[in-house]
Design a protein around this ligand. Structure first.
Ligand code: ACM
Length: 601
């Protein structure tokens, strides 16, 4: 869309929702220009004029004429859009004291929600027209919901509050039309609730934060060496023993500091039902991760027979209190397979997600090398080595999930040790169950290999989108670990590697930012690492932008001015552009500030 200087000026004069302008316009305090203006400023580029993040595909406007939502504005919800209507009453209704009573969709002063099958499934069209109101049409209920997220952003930062600042005349937005649809179907964030538990309320809050950024997958890392966080009725010790640890290493594992307070917590099955339903109402899928065969010390502490009992005294193991890659992995026994089938059977009851994540990462093979039981299994199956044994373990659960209509997804180590179709069918040339997908975390290579072999891929390379990694080279970053990855670095991330053909690239379902919480012991610390970078990530995942070299970071930066005000209203403890507030620092706590460092602290 061409943009001249005049266009930009007109858009600004019209009270376009950028930065501080947004606040005044949304207050209604500065709406005169917009109300009386007769300008017909042509559209601006998708970003700047609107302050929207993620940037939409097309904006026609904003124009000088204003649209006001007020006490008498009705809400017309066509069949299939009732969920978004409820969400609008809960959010905009609360923020501006708008009753939004039901009404017909052809009256003036109406907020109308409809479905339009001609639009892309998650796409929407938003029309804001003076004296008429706002119309949001979606290609599906999800599309309507994403359109409602856009409307909330257009109404300024106060739309993100839970109660009005002051009784007012209702919010105002400029006349405009927005057409939008996402680039990727999988727009995810992984939250590690195993290393540090995030109580249920915090998870629900994160679901709202994902929705505000049009992200639609919450991958919950529910189990690890340091904690088991989901109630399994058949195996109560998993949470009785496995959900807490006696103490916790503070900072990198080389740090001498310990928090001597016991740490723990878990989600009951009713908590999980609530989380899943809350997410579904926001068109977000919760993908559970039960990590096998590595990262399993908490499970082994609860049920010692799951470990390699012929190598170590698994009865002496406790839930791990420090960080790193742990040697205590599951034994490749029938008992362990049945145990995890029973666990996963309960997981499937709770999570409707088509994908179930089984981890598969960082499984040291030392115990299997030393274990007569593991070696006997290798011989019995005619396998080449311990890597092939891991592949067999993963393939077992890939088939088990496929038999139940679900798809396995695992970290890219699940590609190791396979390398050929397994006897008995149901596997691909990489030795993975058909339909299995890969989370490519050690860079792009795993994702490229998987996509070339016809497997679906979620791109989440640690070099780009591990949000536990520090955001700046400054020593003031709290517990700095891993690579320096700034807001701009994340903004420039491209999920589809150029090596892939179009057909192979179609296997890139999307992308995901991963939040490992070894050095994040509170919600504030999680907020600090996640924001503002999740906003840049959301644009990568949603917006159809030119290749990274042409990505307009300056425009994104201008829109971030508006977005920081939204994050403030939401109460997000983000990293300020100038560096941490004094109270966000952790002086004296050792991180791992070595560029090029591996991710595990
Ligand atoms: C991972 O970061 N170990 C998947």
């Amino acid at each position: 869309m061409p943009q001249t200087e005049t266009d930009t000026e007109s858009a600004t004069t019209a009270g376009a929702v950028t930065g501080a302008d947004a606040a005044t316009t949304a207050d209604g305090a500065n709406a005169t220009d917009a109300e009386t203006g007769t300008g017909t400023a042509p559209g601006t580029a998708p970003g700047t004029g609107s302050g929207l993040i993620p940037a939409p595909l097309r904006i026609d406007g904003p124009y000088r004429c204003a649209v006001r939502l007020g006490e008498r504005t009705a809400l017309a919800a066509a069949p299939g859009t009732e969920g978004t209507a409820r969400w609008l009453r809960d959010t905009l209704g609360a923020a501006f004291a708008l009753p939004l009573p039901p009404g017909p969709d052809d009256a003036a002063d109406t907020l109308a929600l409809t479905l339009d099958p001609d639009l892309p499934a998650e796409g929407y069209r938003l029309d804001a027209v003076t004296n008429w109101g706002v119309r949001i049409a979606g290609g599906s209920p999800a599309g309507v919901f994403w359109g409602a997220q856009t409307l909330r952003q257009l109404l300024g930062p106060h739309a993100f509050r839970r109660a009005p600042l002051a009784p007012g005349r209702g919010p105002v937005l400029p006349q405009q039309t927005i057409e939008d649809a996402p680039r990727f179907a999988w727009r995810g964030m992984m939250l590690d609730v195993a290393r540090h538990f995030m109580p249920k309320d915090g998870v629900l809050r994160y679901i709202d934060l994902l929705a505000a950024h049009k992200l639609n997958v919450l991958h919950l890392h529910l189990t690890d060496d340091q904690g088991w966080r989901i109630e399994i009725a058949r195996y109560p010790e998993l949470t009785r023993t496995g959900a807490w640890r006696a103490r916790t290493k503070i900072g990198h594992r080389a740090s001498p500091l310990w928090d001597e307070r016991p740490h723990g917590g878990f989600y009951t099955q009713d908590d999980i039902r609530e989380i899943v339903a809350y997410a579904a109402a926001r068109h977000i899928t919760v993908v559970p991760e039960i990590d096998i065969p590595g990262h399993s010390q908490a499970a082994i502490a609860a049920y010692p027979e799951l470990g390699n009992t012929d190598v170590i005294d698994t009865n002496s193991l406790e839930v791990w209190d420090t960080w790193g890659v742990n040697p205590n992995v599951l034994a490749p026994t029938d008992n362990a397979l049945r145990f995890y089938e029973h666990v996963l059977a309960e997981v499937l009851e709770l999570f409707p997600s088509p994908f179930v994540h089984i981890g598969g990462d960082e499984c040291p093979k030392d115990q299997w090398k030393a274990s007569a039981t593991a070696q006997a299994r290798i011989a019995e199956l005619g396998l080449a080595d311990e890597d092939a044994l891991q592949s067999w373990f993963i393939r077992h659960f890939g088939r088990w999930l496929a038999d139940r209509g679900r798809r396995l997804i695992g970290w890219d180590e699940i590609l190791e040790g396979g390398g050929r179709a397994a006897p008995g069918g149901g596997t691909t040339e990489l030795g993975l169950a058909e339909g299995a997908a890969v989370s490519s975390w050690r860079g792009y290579a795993g994702g490229i290999a998987a996509a070339r072999a016809g497997h679906d891929v979620v791109m989440c390379p640690e070099q780009q989108v591990y949000l536990d990694h520090r955001q700046h080279a400054s020593p003031h970053e709290p517990v700095p670990i891993g690579y320096v990855r700034t807001l701009e670095d994340v903004y420039r991330f491209e999920p589809v590697p150029p090596e892939l053909t179009d057909e192979q690239a179609a296997h890139v379902l999307g992308t995901q930012a991963n939040v490992w919480t070894e050095v994040m012991d509170s919600q504030q610390r999680v907020d600090y690492q996640v924001f503002p970078r999740l906003a840049a990530f959301a644009e990568v995942a949603w917006s159809r932008l030119p290749p990274p070299a042409d990505r307009d970071h300056q425009d994104f930066g201008r829109r971030m001015t508006a977005h920081y005000a939204r994050l403030d209203a939401l109460g997000v403890d983000y990293r300020p552009p100038g560096g941490p507030h004094p109270w966000q620092r952790r002086p004296g706590v050792l991180g791992r500030p070595i560029d090029g460092a591996p991710p595990n602290v």
